[in-house]
Design a protein around this ligand. Structure first.
Ligand code: ADP
Length: 622
């Protein structure tokens, strides 16, 4: 992938991951918030029930006071015929009752609304004689038998809950008994609330609240007409009744609302926060026209949702990283697989090529082998041909030797005849010793003849040509022995000088003899007819080589002969005397042993042929 595209791919991936993480966090936040709010609603509902029932119990505790006053004979009597003594008695009774109950005031009004007896009869600002007919609880009690209303006292400006009951009998309503319960008494039931709560009366005025500053505020702003009515009834004793300032944010199921509570006044030490976002739940307070509202704080839920959202985000990020890692690993594996495949392919290709080359090589090898075999065959054929040639050359030499040898044999044969004839005669004469002498001579002659034929036979055999250590002296002697008859006839003086005498050449004895027979034969030919023929054979060591020279005292080599000396069929001899193969074959034999043969004229006359041969290795070094 090109780097630019890779970068783009990475950006898209990162954006997708960011979106995924944000989406997951948001979803987790929403879900957690919804769950938290649902839980909060349940808790709030429980609190609402709890606070409402405790308040109801508290109110009920006082409600029966006013009702039971209707059963008091003195009270009813006072209403029927008011008398100061009776009034005084009832006043004291009410005073005691008020003290016992811990209420603000208990008093009795006649049918016109005038206070005829009151628990606070002793105080200068006593209700006695006051006309309270304008108070709504009085009218309610006259109309319905009982009246319950929250209000602020006109005399002392003390807020309280007025519980009124009509008093009367068969003759009709005689008056109204009123118990005024202070807010503190009612609030006692809320001593242990754990969330802000308030009670609003039918006008939406907060009359009870766990937060003192909330009291005598309104949940809804009051219109001027309502305000005027309140002024007339002096229900709230002309309090300012400022709005509490609850802002509704959202309506939820089951009448719950999300609201924002304002910060009111200087913050007081409170067990719970009283400003911010809250879940508000309201229900009617049984037996009263009031509503109770409980505020459950949302911060905790929101905090929890936020931390869950963070957790979900972290989880999503972790999953993204995991996915990235897995993807990276998958890609890595894929790359490795691809690399392995490529390697395998390269390997296969290599193997194929190797197989091809091997096949080529085998073919070439086979061809080479065939060529080598062919060459070996050709060499063998050549070698065989050479061997044949050598043998042919040797036979030619033997042919030349034949005359001399035949002559050599004839002489002893003639001598044998004479000696044997004489021996018979000496035996017949009885000359035993002379006969013995003849027979001994015969035996000598036979031995010599046997040696000559033996030597000839040995020379004629076809040798293998394999090199071995050959004592030079013996080879020279054998060659000269074959030519002895010729030498004797020509009267050649032969001088042999070997230094050291035990020199050994590394060659084939039979073939060396053949070469020497050739060289000596040619020398004898060259010296034919000379009065003092002389032959010098000398050999010496030059390092690892042996140099052997055959020198004659003939006319030497003619110029033409020097340049064609070793060419086959070059001869200056008459037809029938030489074939011109002797030197050519001899040179070939010497070259076969790793040596050389050369011919030249000696400065003092005559021809000299030099044989260069490898020396035989010491016996221990072979
Ligand atoms: P061939 O003896 O059959 O002629 P060689 O190859 O032995 O064949 O000799 C070739 C020729 O070299 C001879 O014909 C002769 O002319 C010359 N030659 C060889 N040896 C001698 C020698 N010792 N002195 C003079 N000429 C020689």
């Amino acid at each position: 992938m090109p780097p630019r595209q890779k970068l783009l791919h990475l950006c898209v991936l990162l954006l997708a991951f960011a979106g995924l993480i944000a989406g997951t966090s948001l979803l987790a936040y929403r879900l957690s918030l919804a769950m938290g709010l649902a839980e909060l609603q349940v808790t709030g509902r429980h609190r609402l029930d709890l606070y409402a029932s405790s308040l109801e119990r508290e109110i009920d505790k006082y409600a029966y006071f006013s009702t039971t006053l209707g059963l008091e004979r003195d009270v009813l009597q006072l209403l029927v015929s008011p008398q100061p003594a009776l009034a005084d008695q009832v006043n004291r009774y009410l005073e005691q009752l008020n003290e016992r109950a811990g209420t603000l005031a208990i008093y009795v009004l006649d049918a016109r609304g005038l206070v005829v007896a009151s628990s606070n009869w002793r105080r200068p600002d006593s209700y006695l004689g006051e006309d309270l007919s304008f108070r709504p609880y009085f009218r309610q009690a006259l109309e319905t038998g009982s009246g319950r209303i929250f209000g602020i006292g006109t005399t002392r400006g003390e807020p309280g809950y007025y519980l009124a009951s009509a008093l009367g009998g068969a003759q009709g309503t005689l008056g109204v008994a009123v118990v005024k319960v202070g807010l503190q008494q009612l609030e006692q039931s809320w001593a242990t609330v754990e969330a802000p709560a308030l009670v609003a009366d039918e006008n939406g005025v907060v009359i009870l609240a766990s937060v003192p500053d909330w009291k005598f505020t309104t949940l809804q702003p009051l219109d001027p007409a309502t305000r005027l009515a309140f002024d007339q009834t002096q229900q709230y004793n002309r309090r300012a009744l400022a709005p509490l300032g609850v802002v509704e944010l959202e309506r939820l199921e089951h009448g719950a609302r999300l609201v924002r509570l304002p910060r009111v006044g200087p913050e007081r030490v409170s067990m719970f926060p009283v400003a911010g976002k809250f879940l508000a739940q309201t229900q009617a307070l049984p037996g009263t026209p009031w509503n109770i509202t409980v505020f459950s704080q949302q911060e905790e839920v929101r905090g929890m949702a936020a931390s869950r959202a963070t957790l979900a985000g972290v989880g999503a990020a972790f999953l993204c990283i995991l996915a990235l890692m897995l993807n990276e690993r998958r890609r890595h594996l894929k790359d490795r697989l691809a690399a392995r495949e490529a390697l395998q392919q390269a390997h296969d290709e290599l193997e194929r090529k190797v197989a091809e080359r091997t096949a080529d090589l085998s073919a070439a090898n086979l061809q080479l082998q065939a060529e080598v075999a062919e060459r070996t065959r050709a060499e063998r054929t050549l070698r065989a041909a050479q061997d044949e040639l050598v043998q042919a050359g040797k036979l030619a030499v033997i042919g030349q030797l034949a005359t001399g040898i035949a002559h050599e044999l004839n002489q002893p044969l003639a001598a044998l005849r004479t000696l044997s004839g004489n021996a018979r005669k000496f035996l017949a004469r009885g000359d035993q010793p002379t006969a013995d002498g003849n027979l001994a001579r015969i035996a000598e002659l036979v031995d010599r003849m046997g040696r000559l034929t033996g030597q000839l036979k040995s020379f004629a055999r076809k040798s293998s040509g394999r090199p071995q250590a050959v004592p030079l002296r013996r080879a020279i002697d054998n060659a000269l022995f074959l030519l002895e008859p010729r030498c004797q006839r020509a009267g050649v003086v032969i001088d042999i000088e070997l230094a050291p005498p035990e020199l050994q050449a590394w060659c084939d004895a039979n073939r060396l003899e053949q070469v020497l027979v050739n060289l000596v034969g040619n020398a004898l030919d060259a010296m034919a007819g000379q009065p003092t023929p002389r032959l010098d054979i000398s050999a010496g060591q030059r390092g690892e080589r042996i140099e052997l020279q055959v020198r004659d005292r003939g006319p030497g080599l003619a110029d033409e002969a020097r340049s064609h000396l070793f060419e086959p069929f070059f001869t200056t001899k008459e037809a029938g005397s030489g074939l011109g193969l002797g030197l050519a074959i001899s040179a070939g034999i010497v070259a076969d042993f790793g040596g050389s043969l050369s011919g030249d004229n000696h400065p003092e006359g005559g021809a000299v042929f030099t044989l260069d041969l490898p020396i035989a290795p010491e016996p221990g070094h072979e």
